[in-house]
Design a protein around this ligand. Sequence first.
Ligand SMILES: *Cc1c(COP(=O)(O)O)cnc(C)c1O
Length: 222
Amino acid sequence: MTDIAENLKDVQAKIAKRADKWGQDASRVELVAVSKKQPVEKLKAALDAGQRVFGENRVQEAQQKWPDLREEYGDITLHLIGPLQTNKAKEAVALFDVIETVDRPKLARILAGEMEKQGRQIPIYIQVNIGAEDQKAGIPIEEADDFITLCREELGLNVKGLMCIPPAGEQPAPFFALLGKIAERNGLEYLSMGMSGDYEYAVQFGATSVRVGTGIFGAREG
Ligand SMILES: *Cc1c(COP(=O)(O)O)cnc(C)c1O
């Protein structure tokens, strides 16, 4: 079996090294262990190694896996990193501690309503379609500033920062840099960017949160 404790240490070490090299503050970089489609034994191995922040991309899958683990391990922070349908907003607000994929006004409004109803103001990230890809989730770049303002000022959402997934097969650095610019001009300090293949670049460009799955857990099932 994959040595998950070893992988976690290795990823943390790489984050620290890259941050040091580029004058970033490694202590500000949070490692989100992406546990989608991974068996519970692997999640337990990560929990036993001390990891407490996880990312899932489907509400239903997370509902099946995490309530029991939370009971067993306590103090877990769960991020939703996959697209959210409005009809799952209620469950998402109840289960997750951070929603990283807020990308359209309708969803933002429904989440704001749900958070108020449940008395649960959880932080969100706004996902930006940073490569302007037709099929990709995320608010279009040119609408990002207005959408951030809507979320913060009109809807009173706790906008922590911005999230992106650069286009596959392209050098990610310019996309990470662009996300940083959009955040900066909107006074946002947190950037969720970087996956197994590119998290070191993301750290170099100021990521405060990297989402690493296969680099920790090995290949996914199914
Ligand atoms: C699956 C996923 C990840 C993790 O991908 P790996 O390549 O396994 O590290 C990160 N972010 C998002 C949004 C994902 O869906």
